[in-house]
Design a protein around this ligand. Structure first.
Ligand SMILES: [Zn+2]
Length: 113
């Protein structure tokens, strides 16, 4: 992958990361929930389903940020765009669609079998 392409993906990754951080910050449930339930975060039983959905969203966002961080690290190490399982290059179309992916399409498919 040439330098220009790497820069292109880096920009996308950084932007997406910022968006995710913003959306986590913006979500009022976070403050509210922490305020109302100080010291009692383990008890989730009386949360309504909306809050449960929010928790799941946060988990997904946090996971995505971690995946983006890893992708940025691979970018720095010159390993970006290479499948971490089989070592082959990940197709460009796939990187455009999911720039933080670490698996090529065939390894990804195997994962779900
Ligand atoms: Zn692979």
């Amino acid at each position: 992958m040439d330098k220009r392409q790497l820069q292109h993906h880096k920009k996308i990754l950084l932007k997406k990361r910022e968006e995710l951080l913003e959306s986590i910050k913006r979500n009022p449930f976070r403050e509210e929930g922490l305020e109302a339930r100080k010291g009692d975060l383990a008890d989730l039983s009386d949360r309504n389903s909306n809050n449960v959905i929010n928790i799941h969203l946060k988990e997904t966002e946090a996971k995505l940020i971690r995946a983006i961080d890893e992708a940025l690290l691979r970018l720095e190490n010159g390993k970006y765009g290479i499948c971490t399982t089989c070592g082959k290059e990940i197709s460009r179309a796939r990187l455009e669609a999911v720039p933080w992916t670490r698996l090529c399409i065939s390894c990804k498919e195997k994962q779900y079998k």
